[in-house]
Ligand binder design. Structure first.
Ligand SMILES: [Cu+2]
Length: 461
């Protein structure tokens, strides 16, 4: 794989990422080079080498697409193609994406830029690119059949328009879109303000919400799934595969989230209050903002939230639908809390060797190391400084630290709490524990008080 960027594009190597070699090799060609990305890691912000200045964004577990300037036009080259995307260590998926990854690279331009995007189709069926949220000539809107013919396999189309309004946008096909979006065809687009001091923040993170239906043990999403997905991801990564968002104490932080799943996601941040400062339609006037700790992001929407990171620590950042913070194995398992299995497993084992009892003390499954099918993530599997983190899916951590350098995004490790500031076991005298009234005896006492029956499989909607 020709991958001139990958070796250089890492946090350790700093911010100057587009080598002059790429520009000179491509300069004479009629089409700009289509850079390829082999890694699913978060790449350092891509400082603009030409054009007007801006403060670049950081794409969570993603990257920004380099461009070339030709006759004062910013030229990009997207290649729609099948890719292998690592969802988290231990699991990869056969997705469709752009330039080696899914989601595709973030496109960053400046308000007023004339932009030309070449799109080469290496998929087995036609595609198109719709520039979600942009105000552009109708024929550039990318709706197959309505504003253009589909881009046939092997063909290259060119889109050209002026990026009119600073803000947050997405791109995705309007061609066989249920299948193509279920396969991961999507990306982020940032139009920066013409005046860099406008809407300025210290750190600006972006990512898409996406969802897949991949059977345990398999690699390819089921493309006819409508709502019953089993992998909930930030930028096609599931926790613990999602990188932390590292910020310096007292930084003003923006996180922009676009939702291209088929359901809404209430996104929740711990330890801070934020305001929604941007939507798909533009910036929210300061007088119209209100404080939140959770914002619901509907299907097809984008929200930019902003906060001052004034509280050092490791703060959870996640979707508040609890089944969206678990991975595929958590689905279709009945609630077994309080069910006494003694003897049952032994008897079933005579018929089904390897049978295990799951979840009779809740979902956390302490000590249970069930053999998983190949290429399957545990339901919730992160390791934290105090033990297992019972999370998967749409979960990560905002790490707020004092004394970081301005563009230092390296993982600082786990937070070191000041002495006396961590919840801990009470070792003093205990009064007799109160018991809820009218509760029958517990299983240990021969009763079935804990026998919770809520019906069978969990639903995902
Ligand atoms: Cu969710």
């Amino acid at each position: 794989m020709s991958d001139p960027l990958n070796s250089r594009r890492s946090f350790l190597s700093g911010a100057a990422l587009v080598g002059a070699g790429i520009v000179s090799r491509a300069a004479a060609a009629s089409l700009p080079e289509a850079p390829l990305q082999a890694s699913a890691a978060t790449m350092a912000p891509l400082a603009p080498l030409n054009g007007r200045p801006y403060h670049p964004v950081v794409t969570l577990n993603g990257w920004t697409l380099p461009w070339r300037m030709k006759d004062n036009v910013k030229e990009f080259h997207l290649v729609a193609e099948p890719v292998l995307r690592e969802i988290a260590p231990g699991m990869s998926a056969h997705l469709w994406g752009y330039n080696g990854q899914s989601p595709g690279p973030t496109i960053e331009v400046v308000e007023g830029d004339r932009v030309r995007i070449f799109v080469t189709n290496k998929l087995p069926e036609h595609t198109s690119v719709h520039w979600h949220g942009q105000r552009l000539p109708n024929g550039m809107d990318g709706v197959t059949g309505l504003t253009q013919p589909g881009i046939a396999p092997g063909k290259t189309f060119v889109y050209e328009f002026v990026a009119r309004n600073a803000g947050t946008y997405m791109y995705h096909p309007h061609a066989d879109e249920m299948a193509q979006m279920a396969m991961g065809m999507m990306g982020f687009w940032i139009t920066h303000p013409a005046v860099p001091s406008q809407h300025a923040v210290d750190r600006d993170f972006v990512f898409l919400l996406n969802a897949y239906d991949i059977d345990p043990g398999s690699y390819t999403p089921k493309v006819n799934t409508m709502t019953d997905f089993n992998l909930w991801t930030f930028n096609s990564r599931a926790f613990p595969g999602i990188d932390p968002m590292v910020v310096r104490k007292d930084d003003r932080v923006r996180i922009r989230v676009g939702n291209l799943t088929m359901t809404n996601h209430p996104i929740h941040l711990h330890g801070h209050r934020f305001e929604v400062t941007g939507t798909d339609g533009g910036w929210v006037p300061p007088s119209a903002r209100w404080p939140e700790v959770t914002t619901d992001i509907a299907v097809g929407q984008m929200r930019a939230i902003e906060f001052v990171a004034d509280a050092p620590g490791d703060w959870s950042f996640h979707c508040h639908k609890s089944h969206h913070t678990m991975n595929a194995m958590g689905h279709a398992v009945p609630t077994m809390i309080g069910v006494d299995h003694s003897g049952v497993a032994q008897r079933i084992n005579r018929l089904v060797p390897g049978y295990m009892v799951m979840g009779d003390k809740g979902g956390a499954m302490d000590g249970m190391q069930m053999p998983l099918p190949e290429n399957t993530l545990p339901m919730m599997s992160g390791q934290g400084p105090f033990g297992r983190i019972d999370m998967g899916g749409m979960f990560t951590v905002v790490k707020v630290r004092e004394g970081l350098a301005r563009d230092d995004y390296r993982d600082p490790g786990w937070y070191r709490h000041p002495a006396g500031t961590v919840a801990h076991e009470w070792t003093g005298e205990l009064p007799p524990a109160p018991v809820a009234p009218n509760l029958p005896a517990t299983p240990a006492e021969g009763g079935d008080a804990m026998n919770v029956r809520r019906g069978g499989a969990m639903h995902h909607e």
